[in-house]
Design a protein around this ligand. Structure first.
Ligand code: FE2
Length: 394
């Protein structure tokens, strides 16, 4: 028996006798279809939750989902996540099983990690002084650092208006166009999608740091002022490296690819245990109205788990719109749930923002460059399929 199998068996033996202790963490979880995970060495456990009772039982199974024991251990440690296992073709199962595993992900984090399932109807908006915060409040650089820090830590995000001037925005917009013009499908430093006419459109570039003024944003005094609100151990990325400065281009009428993003956390491709807390700073080049494809947040969801749901799904919560205008800056914890629904209107300019990343020092647990690189597949056209098409097409 391998070491990994032994560890999995010990862990699940312990968990199967303490399921009642986990129940409060599942209070917001609706019933789930039974799920079986198994390894090639006949280590198999069946998870069931009917809304009242949780059971974890050792079973002799040939069905369910076949998973590598190291990947399973990774899930128990919040180093792995379900989406990268799906994108990486690292699971074997019958049709429909992947959907089950995706639905189970928040409950598995509750079971393995003690992280509660998020309740969108009753988020905890109480800060450390006992005050209840307004999840739609916005700030300016003149507000007190303490008030902004409390909002960021309690809600998981912060919107700050009037940070950059019109002159700066004009230059930033030119840079964004320059990066867009230089990007090529499958260059491994840009993400692409397709619109309903079948045209390829760019969704983001990862090489914004090639432009000096954008690389210099990490040293901008206003950005430094905002970065000081983050936990002290976080460091700004190297702007000259890929992903150091990212530019997002929201597009209308998208039918394929990662443009209209479902509810997700930025550590959703793995590495939560080592990369979080991560904070992303977004600098808005245009007004981010709903018509222009605003970002939405689930307040205080960084202290909990929430399942994968398309933002347009009728069961999905609406969350709170990041009420950013041209020149605004938002900060968000990478693990606060956020979504980028499709634009609701026709605009001259859709949401465009420049992203800076602040993280602890960490190394990818499997030695890869970046957790999101799993999204660069072998497709010639550089298209990134969305999760739903993958789990539905299994
Ligand atoms: Fe994100």
């Amino acid at each position: 028996m391998t070491d990994a199998i032994q560890q999995l068996q010990l862990l699940h033996q312990t968990l199967s006798t303490s399921t009642d202790e986990r129940l409060p963490l599942l209070a917001a979880q609706s019933p789930l279809p039974a799920l079986t995970l198994r390894t090639a060495d006949n280590c198999a456990y069946r998870f069931s939750y009917d809304g009242k009772q949780l059971a974890i039982a050792s079973v002799a199974a040939n069905d369910g989902i076949l998973i590598d024991p190291e990947d399973w251990l990774g899930l128990t440690r919040d180093m792995e996540a379900v989406p990268p296992l799906v994108y990486g073709n690292r699971l074997q199962c019958a049709a429909g099983e992947l959907n089950k595993l995706l639905a189970w992900e928040p409950a598995l984090r509750a079971i393995y990690r003690g992280i509660p399932v998020y309740d969108p109807n009753a988020p905890d908006l109480t800060d450390d002084t006992g005050a209840t915060l307004d999840p739609a409040a916005t700030y300016t650089l003149n507000d007190s650092a303490e008030a902004m820090r409390r909002a960021l830590n309690t809600l998981g995000y912060l919107v700050v208006h009037d940070v950059f001037s019109d002159d700066e925005l004009h230059r930033f917009r030119d840079y964004a166009q320059q990066l867009k013009a230089g990007a090529r499908e499958n260059d491994k430093q840009s993400w692409w999608g397709k619109n309903s006419k079948g045209e390829s459109v760019i969704c983001r570039t990862l090489n914004g740091g090639e432009i000096d003024e954008l690389a210099g944003l990490y040293d901008d005094p206003r950005i430094r002022q905002l970065a000081a609100l983050m936990p002290a151990e976080l460091k700004g990325a190297n702007p000259r490296e890929q992903d150091g400065v990212t530019v997002i281009f929201k597009n209308p009428d998208m039918s394929e690819g990662l443009s209209d993003l479902p509810w997700h956390r930025d550590c959703g491709m793995g590495g939560h245990a080592i990369m979080c807390p991560t904070v992303i700073i977004s600098i808005y080049l245009y007004d981010a109205t709903d018509e222009a494809g605003a970002l939405r947040f689930l307040p205080a969801s960084h202290k909990a788990s929430f399942g994968f749901l398309d933002a347009g799904d009728s069961k999905a919560p609406r969350g709170v719109r990041a009420d950013a205008r041209a020149g605004s800056v938002t900060l968000h914890y990478g693990d606060v749930m956020h979504a980028a629904p499709e634009p609701t209107g026709v605009c001259e300019h859709y949401r465009q923002s420049i992203l800076l990343t602040y993280q602890p020092d960490y190394q990818h647990h499997r030695g890869d460059r970046h957790y999101n690189d799993i999204l660069f597949n072998e497709r010639e056209d550089g298209q990134v399929p969305n999760m739903k098409s993958l789990v539905d097409g299994d």
